[in-house]
Design a protein around this ligand. Structure first.
Ligand SMILES: NC(=O)c1ccc[n+]([C@@H]2O[C@H](COP(=O)([O-])OP(=O)(O)OC[C@H]3O[C@@H](n4cnc5c(N)ncnc54)[C@H](OP(=O)(O)O)[C@@H]3O)[C@@H](O)[C@H]2O)c1
Length: 431
């Protein structure tokens, strides 16, 4: 069989016009991450076509056991356990989520050597062979993308590669392993080590070989990748001081507690004394710190720079969904930006019900803030009268923005110097 070699650009040229361009994807691995990616491609198919003008088509899936039943059923003829047959599939992009060095390395070299896009979540592969694969990519017009290999859904690779090179990165440190952070969080809640590890496995956070999570090798791989990007250090060569949690997680958590702190497994790499210092080890951190406040399988990364201060990145660091979304963003990112879709969304009225804090100068006020709020259909929840400062504050129940605007206008009309601030007790759009 002849292998048709396409780059994504040739695919784009071949299929102009309003129809979405078809990008053929071969997927190596159909476990936690591979399964989540198939689900995501299915769920987001129409949205991706609308906003990016592309449609991903799976052309082959490599697994160990093609007969096993899968949470996301696919046509049986897509599945193969034969690496050569998988490599022969006519794909524009190859996604590798097998884990381990082989056959992942062979697939990477074959894909990049043919000028394809190779997207991977495999930190062990990039930590050991990153420069070699990058050279294969640039030598043959392929692309090597590995956002999902570090910190799951947190876009730290893109930040280091595209946004931060000119900021003078001095050091990177953070929580880079969801399994150990999940275990340390659950130990603080009173769970036993075995319970916490079993839960992490059940949630899909733990690697199939969880010893790599526990002894810090997984975090070490990620620190090597980050140091490669930030400082140009060959990831396979420099020394990383490593102490993991193995056998001691309970004690580490108890020691931290005894000293009023919180235990976290921290990876770091720093430019120091003209060289590089890298470590992975448990650290007792202050309870109010960002590291301590990173809970469960979340990751947190701090990048210290010379010209741009210290930047923090946080979010889900493991699990099929976040990792698959990082892979999908690499796949989409590779495709040249399409023209804006015809049905570009327009701004609409904000229909959300949000809570607010309204404060006024109370001295000399002749209207009751409470009455005024209620007259506009806004329920006051908590009132605080700061008599000394002459300020009266009310927190409201959630209401439409238009109602609070009406309150604000009325208070301005009464010369009460209103200040209106949105009050969030939860996430992005919550009241
Ligand atoms: N899980 C996470 O939260 C997470 C987060 C970030 C990055 N990652 C990385 O993503 C990669 C995949 O992780 P995962 O959790 O999805 O692993 P997984 O659940 O163990 O799935 C591995 C998949 O690869 C297939 N496979 C493994 N070795 C193979 C071989 N030699 N030949 C053919 N097929 C093979 C397996 O086939 P069968 O299904 O037939 O056994 C399975 O479908 C790893 O590099 C991991 O470090 C994972």
């Amino acid at each position: 069989m002849t292998i048709a070699v396409h780059t994504l650009e040739t695919a784009a040229e071949a299929a102009p016009g309003p129809e979405p361009r078809v990008i053929r994807v071969a997927l190596a691995g159909f476990g936690t991450v591979g399964g989540a990616l198939v689900g995501l491609l299915r769920d987001r198919e129409d949205a991706i076509a609308r906003t990016h003008g592309i449609r991903f088509e799976l052309v082959s899936i490599l697994v160990r056991d093609p007969e096993r039943s899968r949470p996301y059923p696919v046509p049986g003829d897509l599945l193969t356990s034969d690496v050569e047959a998988f490599l022969a599939a006519d794909a524009h992009a190859i996604v590798e989520v097998l884990g381990g060095l082989e056959p992942a390395g062979r697939i990477a070299i074959a894909a990049l050597g043919r000028g394809r896009t190779f997207v991977t979540a495999n930190k062990a592969l990039i930590a050991k062979h990153g420069p070699e694969l990058a050279a294969a990519a640039s030598g043959h017009g392929g692309r090597l993308l590995y956002e999902a290999a570090v910190a799951g859904g947190v876009p730290i690779i893109r930040a280091l590669r595209d946004a931060l090179p000119e900021t003078g990165v001095q050091g990177i440190r953070g929580i880079l392993n969801g399994t150990t952070n999940y275990i340390l969080t659950r130990l603080s809640d009173g769970a036993t080590f075995d319970q916490a590890l079993a839960e992490a496995r059940k949630e899909g956070y733990a690697e199939s070989d969880s010893s790599r999570d526990l002894d810090g090798r997984d975090t070490e791989d990620k620190i090597r990748i980050l140091a490669w990007l930030a400082f140009g250090a060959d990831p396979g060569v420099f020394r990383v001081h490593r102490r993991g949690l193995t056998r001691h997680a309970d004690r580490i958590a108890a020691d931290a507690d005894a000293f009023g702190g919180v235990a976290r497994l921290v990876g770091e790499c720093l430019a120091l004394d003209g060289g590089l210092v890298a470590a992975v080890e448990p650290v007792i951190v202050s309870p109010g710190s960002s590291l301590a406040r990173t809970l469960g399988a979340d990751n947190f990364i701090e990048v210290e720079t010379t010209y741009n201060g210290t930047l923090g990145f946080s979010g889900p660091g493991a699990g099929g969904g976040p990792t698959a979304s990082a892979i999908l963003s690499d796949l989409i990112r590779h495709v040249p930006h399409p023209p804006a879709p015809e049905n570009t969304p327009m701004a609409v009225a904000d229909g959300r019900e949000l809570a607010w804090v309204v404060s006024i100068r109370s001295a000399g006020a002749v209207v009751s803030l409470r009455d005024l709020l209620m007259a506009e259909g806004v329920d006051p929840v908590l009132e605080m009268d700061d008599g000394c400062a002459g300020i009266l504050r009310v927190r409201t129940a959630p209401c439409h923005r238009s109602r609070i605007k009406a309150v604000e206008r009325a208070l301005e009309g009464a010369s009460l110097e209103p200040v209106v601030t949105r009050f969030e007790s939860g996430g992005f759009s919550s009241a």
